[in-house]
Design a protein around this ligand. Structure first.
Ligand SMILES: [Zn+2]
Ligand SMILES: [Zn+2]
Length: 409
């Protein structure tokens, strides 16, 4: 399909459906559901897909669903939206304010869900008209915030047979109508580290006859972060920062145990994979020098989202085609985490930032009770996702002289 034709078809589709999509988002916003409790949300999505003639498949836990549009021998491109809300009080004074105390869509997942629903309905029309050159797998993923929903989707075959995957996230620092893109890493890893130390304990008068546990723990606290910074490439920004430490109960008694907890953040995927073994080796060496026992509990969060270069080019091409020239803006790697990263460990793809700020309007932040979006971002997101799916499907096919890709505007 030519770019101009696609734009016209999206205009016509949104002219008919945009108002309804905004209402759908407001309904989700009024009824937020936390990770793995998105039963109502899942049902609402399933009802709309079924009404459009599609066959959604709800995940075994009853939250989140997967649905294919189109069939045949062509490639399969997946589009993913996360559907869960946050345990935060809604502080906005709007008609669609959350009706659930202590819970609201402060990360914009209601917007992501609505965009994917709109995209689904558009692609279903395309498929019915014989214009879909392959299959689009729609993934309405539960529990991004936990995180863990991506692993749940993958455990149930959600990306089996998928050639490429795309997702997006609201960006309240970018004006609506713009898309933030970046090849390579775009979010960061964040893990939790717990270190427990133990020794025989004793009187502070005789540290040489026991193991001076508090002193040794202090060495662990200072030497681990310092040694890490000398053992990995500084560009990976692997950083260990302690947030909690506990040991002892009296000034003149050497305790027999202690604990320190902290976070490990990392911008680089290779360094993230290497981090636990490296930290364990450093810990053993410091603890051994002072005669204490040290045990480490390393709780994995998510890896960084690492965007595939060709997939970013497809997003850029789609944005220019569906949102117009000048719609693409460079964006930076954030220190936040996003479980879309799990998909990209298995399948190439890319994650985009969708502008949601009203030009000249207030700049909100995600994970705040005041967070809201310019709702025209919903239509923009539908344009972007639909055009991206079609672009990726066309470009995944072998190029021939008569292939319509050659006539893309
Ligand atoms: Zn979030
Ligand atoms: Zn989010």
């Amino acid at each position: 399909m030519r770019g101009r034709e696609l734009r016209g078809e999206l205009d016509a589709f949104l002219g008919e459906h945009e108002h309804d999509l905004v209402e759908f988002r407001r309904d989700l916003h009024r009824h937020p559901e936390l990770a793995f409790a998105e039963y109502r949300t899942t049902q609402r999505i399933a009802d709309r897909l079924t009404a459009a003639g599609l066959i959604p498949s709800v995940l075994p836990r009853g939250t989140g669903l997967i649905c294919d549009v189109g069939s045949g021998d062509g490639p399969t491109v997946a589009l993913r939206a996360d559907i869960d809300a946050l345990g935060l009080q809604d502080e906005k004074d709007v008609s669609y304010r959350s009706t659930v105390p202590g819970s609201c869509h402060a990360c914009g997942h209601d917007v992501h869900t609505t965009i994917l629903l709109g995209t689904s309905l558009f692609l279903a029309q395309q498929a019915a008209a014989g214009l879909l050159p392959g299959r689009v797998r729609l993934i309405f993923q539960p529990a991004e915030e936990l995180p863990g929903g991506a692993l749940e989707v993958m455990a149930h075959g959600g990306i089996t047979g998928v050639d490429r995957i795309f997702g997006l996230h609201c960006d309240p620092r970018l004006d609506v109508g713009h898309v933030g893109l970046k090849p390579g890493p775009i979010t960061s890893a964040c893990d939790k580290l717990v270190v427990r130390v133990s020794g025989p304990g004793g009187h502070t008068a005789r540290p040489h006859l026991t193991a001076d546990l508090v002193f040794a723990l202090a060495k662990v606290l200072t030497e681990l972060p310092a040694a890490l910074s000398r053992r990995v490439d500084p560009r990976s920004s692997l950083s260990l920062v302690w947030g909690k430490v506990e040991a002892g109960s009296a000034a003149n008694a050497i305790p027999d145990d202690g604990v320190a907890e902290g976070t490990v953040r990392c911008l680089d995927e290779n360094a993230w994979h290497a981090a636990p073994d490296l930290i364990k080796a450093l810990l053993d060496s410091v603890a051994g020098a002072y005669g204490i026992e040290a045990r480490m509990e390393y709780v994995r969060g998510v890896p960084p989202v690492v965007n595939d270069e060709m997939s970013v080019e497809m997003l850029a091409e789609a944005a220019q085609r569906a949102l117009g020239p000048g719609s693409v803006a460079p964006t930076q790697q954030s220190l936040g985490g996003e479980d879309f990263a799990w998909y990209l460990e298995s399948v190439p793809g890319a994650f985009a930032r969708l502008g949601t700020r009203t030009p000249g309007g207030e700049t909100y932040d995600i994970h705040q009770g005041t967070f809201d979006v310019d709702e025209s971002a919903i239509g923009m997101g539908v344009r972007l996702m639909a055009a991206t799916a079609l672009t990726a499907l066309w470009e995944s096919r072998p190029v021939t002289v008569t292939d319509p890709i050659t006539s893309l505007a």
